[in-house]
Design a protein around this ligand. Structure first.
Ligand code: HGY
Ligand code: MN
Ligand code: MN
Length: 416
């Protein structure tokens, strides 16, 4: 085995870095809360940038706040091999979703720095802005701008529930870079991530070789009935927006079950106006997230959803605006990157399987413009988007070793 083949990352340093970053924006129950472009997100970004500068990486920030930390290669005319993920979290996020992929990429650069190894092509670690889509919808918006899926002005204009926009918040936290997003060359992208589902754990595999991601559609639904008195308004003729919402929420669940076994559907966000216990709700806003690995099935789900919503609002005498705010078709990753991940996993002797991602990831956007794949590791019970999210240090280290050797393979292959 060559010296390079015997190279391994420092699993303890990786774990310690994940725990150190988790000190920033801690949740109430042991997880993390660093919503995109908040002060906590800025603090996490600043720490990552400091760590990259400690190993002499150069830093580039584009005008979507994406951060690229670069380790020069022997031939810097080659497009870099890039690895990374996101640092923003869900409101009740875990310590590993996104953060693992960013810090695994940093650990690869640290390992090469420790061993004074220079690759043919340059290597970079990337942090993508607003992957979660929780504060600003839709999700994966900055990698989406990079991939040409969203206009920058649209992305900058996206506002949170208080009307603060991505553009203003990027400037406020000092991450509105002067480089245009999508101008940055990427020769290949790899993203390490916890699976966020139960498959690897159930199959007792340590690594998932990710071959693609399922499709998803996001909808905003506004229901308008009529505020009126809870005591003196007869039941017949009420225009109760919350009753209509309740029927629709139940229908969304039925929709996924009707498209079993692969479909999922979720109502995750809802607000009720005037939200007073003795006034019939006149207005309800809710979000609908539907997903399916099959594009035709996903379209059919959307058609059934629209028809059921119309039927439900008619029955309840309310009006509605149902807006599809995001359409993300299923994606397949690049054969060369999948092979680099699979070969590295096999050479390292880790149990593994191929897998399609149920969760969305920045890699599912960038794969449209650059060769891409992902590396999954198990998380306990498949639980994620929950503060109790957890992963085994040995699995995180294994995934990071796969990332190291897959990146070396991709960076040292001389162009054909
Ligand atoms: O929604 C997703 O799948 C990702 O967590 N943003
Ligand atoms: Mn993620
Ligand atoms: Mn997530």
């Amino acid at each position: 085995m060559s010296e390079q083949q015997s190279l391994r990352v420092d699993g303890q340093r990786l774990w310690d870095s994940i725990m150190a970053l988790a000190e920033i924006g801690p949740g109430q129950h042991g997880g993390s809360c660093r919503l995109a472009l908040t002060d906590e997100d800025r603090e996490g970004r600043d720490l990552f940038v400091r760590w990259c500068k400690d190993i002499n990486c150069s830093i580039e920030i584009d005008d979507m706040g994406n951060i690229f930390a670069r380790r020069e290669g022997r031939d810097n005319s080659l497009a870099p091999v890039v690895a990374g993920s996101h640092l923003d979290t869900q409101p009740h996020g875990g310590k590993f979703d996104g953060i693992y992929g960013v810090l695994a990429a940093l650990e690869v650069l640290r390992t090469l720095s420790d061993n004074d190894i220079t690759t043919e092509a340059p290597l970079e670690a990337v942090v993508w802005t607003n992957e979660e889509g929780s504060r600003f919808a839709p999700a994966m918006i900055a990698s989406g701008v990079y991939a040409g899926l969203f206009e920058k002005e649209y992305a900058w204009s996206r506002a949170d529930s208080e009307g603060k926009t991505i553009g203003d918040e990027l400037k406020r936290i000092g991450y509105m870079g002067d480089v245009s997003c999508s101008q940055h060359a990427i020769g290949a992208l790899l993203e390490a991530h916890i699976e966020q589902g139960p498959i690897l754990e159930a199959q007792q595999n340590q690594v998932g070789v990710v071959i693609g991601g399922q499709g998803q559609k996001w909808f905003d639904l506004r229901l308008r009935g009529q505020d009126s008195h809870a005591g003196s308004t007869p039941m017949p003729g009420r225009r109760d927006a919350l009753v209509a919402a309740a029927e629709i929420i139940s229908m969304v669940r039925t929709l996924a079950l009707d498209f079993a076994p692969h479909a999922v559907a979720t109502v995750g966000e809802m607000s009720v106006q005037p939200n007073s216990r003795n006034t019939i709700p006149g207005e309800v806003f809710l979000t609908i997230d539907i997903r399916n690995p099959d594009e035709a099935e996903l379209s059919r789900m959307a058609s059934v959803l629209r028809a059921c919503v119309i039927d439900c609002v008619d029955k309840n005498g309310v009006e509605c605006d149902l807006d599809e705010i995001w359409d993300k078709p299923p994606v397949k990753f690049h054969a060369d990157c999948i092979a680099a991940v699979e070969n590295a996993t096999r050479d390292l002797g880790y149990s593994h399987q191929q897998i399609v991602s149920g969760a969305g990831h920045d890699a599912c956007q960038v794969c449209l413009v650059a060769p891409t794949s992902m590396i999954f590791v198990p998380c306990a019970g498949g639980l994620s988007h929950n503060e109790a999210e957890s992963a085994e240090p040995a699995d995180l280290e294994a995934g990071c070793n796969v990332l190291l050797h897959a990146m070396l393979n991709l960076a040292d292959r001389r162009p054909a």
